[in-house]
Design a protein around this ligand. Structure first.
Ligand code: GNR
Ligand code: NI
Length: 173
């Protein structure tokens, strides 16, 4: 297992469209395990493969209090269940230090493959519904900052670019 580097906005690689997984094999399970280690260490409640520069449709999530409920979604397909919307302040490991309001569907049905390659269906509400939509956005190359005003987005971009320059000069870690 390994902790992977998380790409940060405005890294253009975060805009890559992730490709479907053809077969859930040991290579994919290795990526899943590394994603969980990276997500728990960060710490975050979810991670999309895109964020660790793997452009395949893989998501890890754990929204439980005690971090004992790991969920894996491979090739997720989302269906809207109700017309209700919910606005929540979201954070993103690829946009560290910023929290923005995003409005999303409150109730959805997700079909995906699990770590064993078996298909499953899960009804999602609340934080899980928010998180799965946030992660599927990543697989589409979409970020939380795409929902806010261009001015706010520009400010975040400038601040993170400044941080990245500082880190490059000082040497990360
Ligand atoms: O850790 C995370 N917290 C979070 C909070 C509100 C809405 C979405 C999220 S996902 C985020 C981790 C992340 O960046 N996943 O892509
Ligand atoms: Ni994110």
């Amino acid at each position: 297992m390994a902790i992977l580097e998380i790409l940060e906005f405005p890294d253009p690689r975060l805009r890559t469209l992730a490709q479907p997984v053809q077969e859930v094999d040991d290579r994919i399970r290795n990526i899943v395990d590394d994603m969980f280690e990276t997500m728990y260490e960060a710490p975050g409640i979810g991670l999309a493969a895109t964020q660790v520069n793997v452009h395949e449709r893989i998501i890890t999530i754990d929204v439980s209090e005690d971090k004992t409920e790991p969920l894996v979604f491979i090739n997720p397909e989302i269906k809207v269940l109700e017309g209700e919307l919910e606005t929540m302040q979201e954070g993103c490991l690829s946009v560290p230090g910023f929290y923005e309001d995003v409005t999303r569907i409150e109730h959805c049905l997700v079909n995906a493959l699990g770590r064993d390659g078996r298909p499953f269906e899960m009804e999602c509400r609340g934080l899980l519904a928010v998180c799965i939509q946030h992660e599927i956005d990543h697989l589409e190359g979409k970020l939380m900052v795409d929902y806010i005003s261009p001015l706010k987005r520009k400010r975040i971009k400038d601040k993170l670019e400044k941080k990245h320059k500082l880190e490059a000069r000082q040497g990360k870690d």
